[in-house]
Design a protein around this ligand. Structure first.
Ligand code: HEC
Length: 124
């Protein structure tokens, strides 16, 4: 009985997560996957592997905007697909440019949709 009481909240949580993943817009789901794979190593919200408090993209943007915008892209609501394309295709500062063969326009649009959905969910 004691085990059941411990296990139940976890199974309820798992159910909520899988239901919301199924409800997710397919473009947002695609964007989440692309972001996690191609962008989060520099723009994620966690600390760096080397013990630094922020990942390099997040740290550079936090410094650039100095509190006027979040350093984490996932909290930004101002990055439409055309704006993202501009930065992603040209590269900026320490960020490399991504060619269409590595990151198609469709994936950039999906990342924009994911960032917008995520920022909205985070109340930004
Ligand atoms: C190798 C690390 C790295 C990767 C990978 C990377 N970025 Fe960046 N990105 C940076 C850094 C560092 C900056 C800040 C550059 C500067 O302004 O000096 C930046 C800046 C940006 C900016 C500019 C935002 C602004 O307001 O100035 C955007 C947009 C952006 N990145 C999007 C992306 C997306 C989308 C991806 C994934 C497809 C990505 N980046 C992958 C390191 C990275």
């Amino acid at each position: 009985m004691r085990y059941l009481a411990v296990a139940l909240p976890f199974s309820a949580l798992a159910l909520t997560v899988s239901v919301s993943a199924q409800d997710e817009d397919p473009q947002v789901a695609q964007g989440r996957q692309v972001f996690e794979h191609m962008c989060a190593p520099c723009h994620g919200q966690g600390p760096g592997d080397d013990g630094s408090a922020m990942l390099p993209g997040t740290a550079a943007l936090a410094e650039k905007y100095d509190g006027t915008r979040p350093g984490a892209l996932e909290l930004r609501s101002d990055l439409s697909a055309p704006v993202l394309s501009l930065f992603v295709r040209r590269g900026v500062g320490a960020m490399p440019a991504f060619r269409a063969s590595e990151l198609p326009d469709d994936d950039i649009a999906a990342v924009a949709a994911y960032l917008a959905a995520n920022a909205a969910a985070a109340g930004q």
